[in-house]
Design a protein around this ligand. Structure first.
Ligand code: FE2
Length: 254
């Protein structure tokens, strides 16, 4: 299994603090059935700045340590970039790193709202040949209140990644209900851990797979697994036509 979102690189954001922490996370990932993991440290979120070249160097270092300890996990380079006005200028400068050097780029929205320029910037990214992936939209306050905002962005070519722990209820019932509804309406293309540590913000991938199997059937798990593989290879992913988000689950009926 491939996990496309993690904070496993040590000492550079709010994920693993030390190399020992990173190794512990790697062992836990292997126990979850993960064989490849994309390291996606925060960038430009107001606290952390992790530019392309630095991430690539640190991924190499972590892979060396994992190999020396015989831990069967391969770390691939990536970045979780908070959306900001000059993102594409910085992409041209070489600060921004796509997922495993493909054309797929993680974009994080601020937690409280969807900036007005989002649609325009995601469009401009696509004009440059990039495919933006909105990370954990289910935890954005504006999308929680109005999920059609995400549907609109997905209809215009953006992809979306749900966090495993959202589906398993680790971020509360409201986020969990919305997660189910977003999958049901085909607005989610990937499930990933966004793991930060081995305790409070762990992987929850196995648990989310069980939940998906129960709610939607095994073919939906297969769809997410295939898409993670395709991302790493830089291939086009599978998509289904997004549909209008039904409100019954938001009312807590299910
Ligand atoms: Fe993250």
């Amino acid at each position: 299994m491939i996990d496309i979102h993690s904070h496993i690189l040590p000492g550079i954001d709010d994920g693993a603090l030390t190399m020992e922490d990173a190794v512990s996370m790697a062992k836990q990932a292997v126990n979850e059935g993960i064989t490849k993991i994309i390291a996606t440290p925060h960038h430009q979120n107001g606290i952390f700045f992790n530019r392309q070249q630095d991430i690539i160097k640190r991924v190499r270092e972590l892979n060396c340590v994992l190999q020396s300890e015989n831990i069967p996990l391969e770390v691939l380079p990536g970045q979780e970039t908070r959306i900001y006005g000059s993102l594409l200028d910085d992409f041209e400068k070489g600060d921004i790193l796509t997922l495993n050097h493909t054309n797929y780029l993680f974009v994080e929205l601020p937690s409280g709202h969807v900036p007005r320029y989002t649609e325009q910037l995601l469009f401009e990214m696509q004009l440059k040949g990039l495919t933006p992936i909105i990370v954990h939209p289910e935890r954005n306050a504006e999308i929680m209140n109005n999920p059609e905002k995400l549907l609109n962005l997905v209809k215009k070519g953006a992809l979306a990644q749900l966090t495993a722990g959202s589906l398993t209820g680790h971020f509360g019932k409201k986020v969990q209900r919305l997660s189910v509804q977003l999958i049901e309406s085909n607005t989610i293309h990937f499930i990933a851990s966004d793991a930060h540590n081995t305790s409070t913000r762990s992987f929850f991938m196995r648990e989310s797979i069980s939940k998906i199997h129960k709610e939607f059937g095994s073919q939906v798990n297969y769809y997410f697994h295939q898409n993670a593989e395709l991302i790493v290879q830089g291939q086009p992913i599978y998509k289904q036509e997004p549909s209008k988000i039904k409100c019954k689950r938001f009312l807590g009926i299910f």
